[in-house]
Ligand binder design. Structure first.
Ligand code: NCD
Length: 350
């Protein structure tokens, strides 16, 4: 059973095939209108979403499939205390494929342990968001021909931004790009990601100022400061508004700079940038539907399981990250890889 929990679930060869399908879908969408006829997508959103949930639903409908969805856990049995495991066992009996967004880090991996059908991670807390990464990569490749040789700046809340975490990991699997990680020191990338970049030999710099580095960038990936992930609201108030990209600041930037943003944007890109031909974030959101169509088609090609897989191991509390799914779903087996929790990637201190 193949799930899509992070970009690394695809080989680079599979990514290339997916990208080709994405281009075919864009060029000839009508050719695929029956590709998922009779199939059902279960869309489970335990956290707010606009683009991701809409684009998945639209993707499934455009492939001829159907969708049932939970957008508010408050109106389902989740509010009565149902475990993630039980919800997934039940839903995977109704759906051919499930897309899940959840506030806990590692929730999609946890769901995949109990599902008869493929699970797609649509965001697990502040951890990962790999279908946004498919969107980001497809946009860069379509508009710039590839990622090799590009200097890519990622700016904003790099600590909590799950789109950044997934994108940085994915970019490290391609040759030849360099990363400029632009954030206040308090919102720098997590340690596990820095360790990942180092062990992969990825070229990167970490800086706090946007304006000084802007003229060197080929791609600027702006992100919002993630208010909902701050333990201390006053810390959010201190850091919000730290970066604001304006038309004026773009005067010194490259003529073919690509400005991306996973959206929603708050004030980090001012409205006067929207008319700049370098602003590609709305096109990026549009392309996201097509790349999700390609992903749904790929995962739906697999036969469904008849029974959920058994889960090996014992319940554990070895992960000390309070945001890890194992803190809430305490029946989950311990999964530790080289000293890191497989659910949330945080270091496990035994
Ligand atoms: C992002 C998310 O949910 O992580 N949005 C999205 O899916 N396009 C980014 C964000 O919320 O800031």
């Amino acid at each position: 059973m193949r799930h899509f929990i992070d970009f690394s679930d695809l080989s680079l060869q599979e990514w290339e095939t997916l990208y080709q399908r994405f281009e075919e879908l864009l060029a000839h969408p009508g050719d695929f209108r029956d590709a998922a006829r009779g199939r059902a997508l279960g869309s489970l959103f335990y956290e707010p979403s606009t683009r991701t949930s809409f684009s998945f639903q639209a993707a499934m409908l455009r492939l001829g499939g159907g969708v049932f969805s939970m957008n508010d856990p408050g109106v389902t049995s989740v509010s009565k205390g149902e475990t993630l495991k039980d919800t997934i066992i039940m839903c995977s009996g109704y759906a051919d494929i499930i897309v899940i967004r959840h506030p806990c880090e590692g929730a999609a991996l946890a769901a995949s342990l109990h599902s008869r059908v493929p699970i797609i991670n649509a965001g697990d807390g502040g951890h990962l968001h790999p279908t946004q990464t498919l969107t980001d990569l497809a946009t860069i490749i379509r508009l710039r021909g590839g990622v090799s040789g590009l200097r890519i700046g990622l700016c904003g809340d790099l600590k909590h931004g799950r789109t950044v975490h997934s994108l940085v990991r994915a970019l490290s699997s391609f040759e030849g790009c360099s990363l400029s990680l632009i954030s206040p020191r308090e919102l720098a990338i997590p340690d596990y990601l820095r360790a990942f970049l180092r062990s992969n030999g990825q070229r990167y710099v970490e800086v706090t100022g946007l304006e000084a580095i802007l003229p060197q960038l080929d791609v600027l990936y702006m992100t919002r400061i993630q208010r909902e992930r701050f333990a201390d609201p006053s810390e959010y108030d201190r850091l919000k508004g730290v970066y604001v990209l304006t038309a004026g600041k773009l005067r010194g930037a490259k003529k073919d700079l690509l400005i991306l943003h996973p959206l929603p944007r708050l004030d980090e890109i001012s409205a006067d940038v929207d008319a700049d031909p370098r602003a590609a974030y709305f096109e990026q959101a549009r392309l996201g539907m097509y790349v999700r169509m390609a992903l749904l088609m790929r995962l739906l090609e697999q036969p469904a399981r008849t029974l959920p897989p058994p889960t090996a191991g014992h319940p554990s509390h070895t992960c000390h990250n309070p945001l890890c799914v194992t803190a809430r779903e305490t029946y989950l087996p311990a999964l530790i890889h080289s000293g890191f929790c497989a659910y949330c990637d945080k270091e496990v201190v035994l």
